[in-house]
Design a protein around this ligand. Structure first.
Ligand code: URA
Length: 280
């Protein structure tokens, strides 16, 4: 009989699981979680949907990061002929529209079943800087726009701190439909959806890409590595400079890491030749 968790312990355990997941410390899940606590967490049948999905989330996170479950290798997705050569900036918005039309009322993976609105992207088709998140949350699913909830507010502040406006950057996610309970997208879901993201990147051709969190980093780099080892340097995604930083949702939970995120954004700014507002 699994032990019952009091709500305070359960919340603390769930918060800690999210904390480590966002930090990219995936090793954590294979050892120190007390199996009895984990069994109790998974056996809980809380009333509130949020609590239920958090428990599912914890189990899913654990499953996703088992060492013997590498992400399936990323297939090669050559840019389609219309974007094989850089598109004239003026043609990028219509090329993105074509990709959106091709996605259509998508049923390519199971995520469509719980979707309200498909979340394609937001921002400027001619952006020099592009952010990639994990997938829509509840607010994004309701509005059909990425990063409009609390994490989105923080992302807006991060963009402003860089001296940019949200309308000047391009924002998209690894998956375009909300995973149930905001769980991490399954490799199958992410690998089904991410080719469209790659094509969006091919069209926009930003000078710098910023991966927000472990999921974006994993699918852009085509390999799973702890976030801590990926931050602080410039990677490449199909020839575009790629910088990895914390997901804003993680920063909301652990504001102490904002300093580290700011250091990452400064790398992006350096690559773009930008100075923070007020620094001439
Ligand atoms: N988190 C994400 O990763 N993407 C969004 O669009 C919103 C929250």
């Amino acid at each position: 009989m699994p032990q019952q968790l009091d709500p305070v312990t359960r919340d603390a355990l769930e918060e800690r699981l999210r904390f480590y997941r966002d930090l990219g410390l995936t090793e954590f899940y294979r050892r120190p979680v007390d199996p009895a606590l984990m069994a109790a967490l998974q056996a809980e049948q809380p009333q509130a949907e949020a609590a239920r999905t958090e428990a599912e989330d914890a189990a899913q996170i654990q499953a996703n990061f088992e060492e013997d479950q590498p992400i399936p290798p990323r297939k090669s997705f050559p840019a389609p002929p219309e974007v094989a050569a850089a598109l004239a900036p003026a043609d990028r918005a219509s090329a993105l529209q074509l990709i959106r039309e091709e996605i259509g009322d998508c049923t390519r993976c199971a995520l469509h079943k719980g979707r309200n609105k498909l979340v394609f992207a937001d921002g400027n088709a001619q952006a020099r800087l592009m952010f990639v998140g994990e997938g829509p949350g509840a607010d994004e699913d309701a509005q059909g726009i990425p990063f409009v909830g609390r994490a989105g507010q923080l992302l807006n502040n991060m963009i402003a701190a860089m001296g940019l406006k949200r309308e000047e950057v391009y924002i998209a996610n690894v998956v375009k439909c909300r995973p149930p309970g905001n769980r991490t997208p399954e490799p199958e879901e992410a690998n089904t959806c991410s080719p469209f993201l790659f094509r969006q990147i091919d069209v926009v051709r930003p000078e710098v890409l910023v991966a927000l969190g472990a999921t974006a980093a994993t699918y852009l780099l085509g390999q799973r590595q702890p976030l801590a080892g990926l931050r602080g340097r410039v990677h490449s995604f199909r020839g575009t400079k790629l910088i990895v930083t914390y997901h804003p949702a993680f920063l909301l939970r652990d504001p102490r890491q904002k300093k580290e995120a700011w250091a990452d954004l400064q790398i992006a700014m350096r690559e773009l030749g930008l100075k923070p507002p007020g620094k001439g």
